[in-house]
Design a protein around this ligand. Structure first.
Ligand code: PRX
Length: 657
């Protein structure tokens, strides 16, 4: 049993590493921080030369002429898939296992770097044969699979930016992304299998393509996962295995500028429409590779497992690009942590001898509940002795979940790395280093070298340690977002707001630094973005979805703290007709939940829906969200309601019966 306490620092030496970390000591960390502070550009240039293979070396480092549209290494040329695949063939990794894949029903297969390379080349050739060329966008709507990585890497090989859409999004959300990004091809599967259930994918693609404005899509490639019956459109649709079969297994990569967009990934913001975060090739890949080494201390014999979905940024950086760029062996899992039972993660760590495990706080919290209820699925019932590093990402982790993870999964010997970052940052920003940074449960500790993080007030002035404020990054860094696809103004105004002086990257999170250690703790979003199970959801997005329902006159959505899922979505709704009562409350609420599922996807369904005759508003017509947040939490309304035009409706919402 370990003696980790929640309220004290956990000295790094109490959690020894089984190997020697890449960054070996606090002195070594400080030396890197100092190197970056002395000459920011030279620091990044050194890393870019050491960690990436360039077809044509860069001569420019940072171009800030058109700030905040920063450019890095722009005249350098490279190819991301060359760096992730070909490089491994010449460095002795050809026969090394790249991916251990475990399907939902427990079947295990593996693929070597050599085999992965050939599969990527075949699909890249097939896409080219179908007319997909450099700069064209390809939407990927696939389950967790080797094919997902093959599809992303094949796009990278031919310089076609990919846009992965999470398989849980609805036809409408998929359509919105296909049209916004202007896709020419889609790569999908017949169906996906999760938790023993089969769910459609190809028919959702067809539904999305039937919504119009998608004439540019000439090709739909389908991975046959289940063999289930699917609709087929001759000429447009093609089986992945048939395309691959017809193609040569090598493919000359498209050499692109370091600034060429590698991908666009949509995420939620504070307005109704999701934004397409555009990343570059060189700067993004650099940070994916470097953080695999610095944060995860990846070594040749490690078995790395990141449980994220490729539909999110974590799956991009720490499944598709990071592990392959450093020649690691990784586990990819098709299913869910609770099937066939809540011991699935622990069982897989034991069987695949996982050494580095990276997951979300929500998963840990729900597995704690199951482990408490049933000893058979408790991590203590498995041999997890191969583990040496644990990580979390996506949301704040509460100290009790952190401590449980450290003790029961890590056996008190693995550092738990609370890694803070975002879709927009491309890779880790603030995180402990394993075996080096003394850990404090609930804190992401210190910024990585080269990342100039600070906490400021609403005017952009730095606040003293111990005072809360908003998190900003002062200097540009190579893996940062380049723009919002098709909307540069939204990028500039949203991320470099004039109110902060126009030269600070605004993360959108509140944070505070410890007066003694300078450690950062993230306190949560300061905008209208919710974090539900580690998934980012915009309240406005859900409100617009509800408002589009013919039954609904008005809707307001807020988050309520949730013990397991971080936040729960609570919707306040005014119907066009009468406020429902009795059995109708549940019936209408279920109907609206199903509606949101269709409009956005199941992840956006409100946990609770409450009805009133009108929305509580100020005299100037603004919905009083602060009151609704209290109501959602079940707090007594002790706040001043004198500015509310119609205070009577608050009682209706507060008493859902
Ligand atoms: O609020 C922060 C939270 O997740 C947001 C970013 O979400 P997304 O772009 O979907 O990327 C998630 C995976 C990188 C952040 O603005 N967040 C992420 N990591 C942490 C976190 N909050 C607290 N602690 C973290 N370690």
């Amino acid at each position: 049993m370990s003696t980790i306490e929640t309220s004290h620092h956990v000295p790094a030496q109490d959690i020894p590493l089984t190997g020697r970390a890449v960054i070996k000591s606090m002195e070594a960390y400080r030396a890197l921080v100092e190197e970056a502070a002395q000459d920011h550009e030279a620091f990044w240039a050194r890393l870019a030369r050491e960690h990436l293979s360039w077809r044509r070396p860069f001569t420019q480092i940072l171009d800030d002429q058109n700030a905040p549209f920063y450019k890095w290494f722009e005249d350098g040329e490279l190819n991301a898939s060359y760096n992730c695949l070909d490089r491994n063939l010449t460095s002795g990794n050809a026969n090394k296992t790249a991916i251990i894949f475990e399907s939902d029903d427990g079947r295990v297969s593996s693929v070597t770097y050599q085999a992965l390379y050939h599969r990527v080349c075949r699909l890249a050739n097939a896409l080219r044969a179908r007319g997909v060329k450099k700069g064209d966008r390809v939407v990927i709507y696939l389950p967790m699979s080797v094919e997902g990585v093959v599809a992303m890497q094949a796009c990278a090989r031919i310089g076609a930016p990919h846009c992965v859409v999470f398989g849980g999004f609805s036809a409408k959300s998929l359509h919105e992304r296909i049209t916004n990004v202007g896709a020419v091809a889609i790569i999908t599967a017949d169906e996906q299998v999760r938790g023993g259930k089969t769910l459609p994918l190809k028919s959702i693609v067809d539904e999305a393509l039937a919504m119009g404005g998608t004439d540019a899509v000439k090709t739909v490639v389908i991975y046959r996962r289940t063999g289930g019956r699917i609709p087929w459109i001759g000429g447009r649709d093609a089986w992945l295995h048939e395309l691959e079969h017809a193609q040569p297994d090598t493919c000359e990569p498209e050499w692109v500028s370091a600034e060429h967009p590698l991908f666009v990934l949509y995420t939620s913001g504070s307005t109704g429409a999701p934004k397409g975060v555009q990343h570059s090739t060189g700067g993004y890949l650099l940070w994916a590779a470097v953080t695999m080494k610095w944060t995860f201390d990846i070594k040749p014999d490690d078995v790395f497992w990141c449980t994220a979905d490729i539909g999110w940024i974590t799956g991009h950086t720490y499944i598709c690009y990071g592990p392959t760029a450093v020649g690691a062996t990784q586990v990819i899992f098709e299913g869910v942590p609770t099937y066939p039972n809540a011991g699935r993660f622990w069982d897989m760590i034991q069987r695949h001898k996982v050494t580095i495990f990276y997951t979300a706080p929500t998963a840990i919290r729900s597995l704690i509940k199951s482990a408490d209820a049933d000893r058979a699925v408790h991590p203590g019932s498995y041999d997890l002795s191969t583990l040496r590093i644990l990580g979390t990402v996506g949301e704040p982790i509460n100290p009790s979940a952190w401590t449980w993870y450290a003790e029961h999964v890590g056996g008190g010997k693995c550092p738990v790395l609370d890694t803070f970052w975002q879709t927009e940052t491309g890779g880790h920003m603030i995180t402990p280093l394993p075996g080096v940074t003394p850990l404090v449960p609930g804190s992401c500790t210190l910024p990585l070298p080269g990342i100039d993080a600070a906490i400021v007030d609403e005017t952009g002035q730095e606040v003293p340690n111990g005072h809360g404020g908003v998190l900003v990054i002062r200097k540009p860094w190579p893996s940062m977002i380049r723009t919002v696809w098709g909307n540069p103004e939204r990028f500039r105004k949203g991320y470099y707001p004039d109110e902060l002086g126009g030269n600070l990257y605004l993360a959108g999170d509140g944070a505070i630094r410890d007066p003694d250690t300078g450690y950062f703790t993230i306190t949560g979003r300061v905008d209208d973005v919710l974090n539900v199970s580690g998934h980012r959801m915009g309240t406005m997005e859900i409100e617009s979805a509800l408002a589009a329902c013919p039954l609904v006159a008005e809707a307001a959505v807020v988050g309520r703290p949730d013990e397991t899922f971080g936040e729960a979505i609570v919707a306040f709704v005014v119907l066009k007709g009468e406020r429902p009562s009795g059995a109708d409350v549940k019936r209408v609420a279920d109907e609206l939940r199903a509606w949101v599922g269709k409009e956005i996807g199941p992840i956006a369904k409100p946990k609770e829906i409450r009805f009133g005759d009108a929305m509580p508003k100020t005299r100037s017509g603004k919905v009083v969200r602060r009151l609704l947040r209290s109501v959602a939490k079940g707090e007594p309304i002790s706040q001043d309601t004198s500015t509310v035009e119609n205070p009577a409706v608050i009682a209706q919402f507060a008493d859902p019966a």
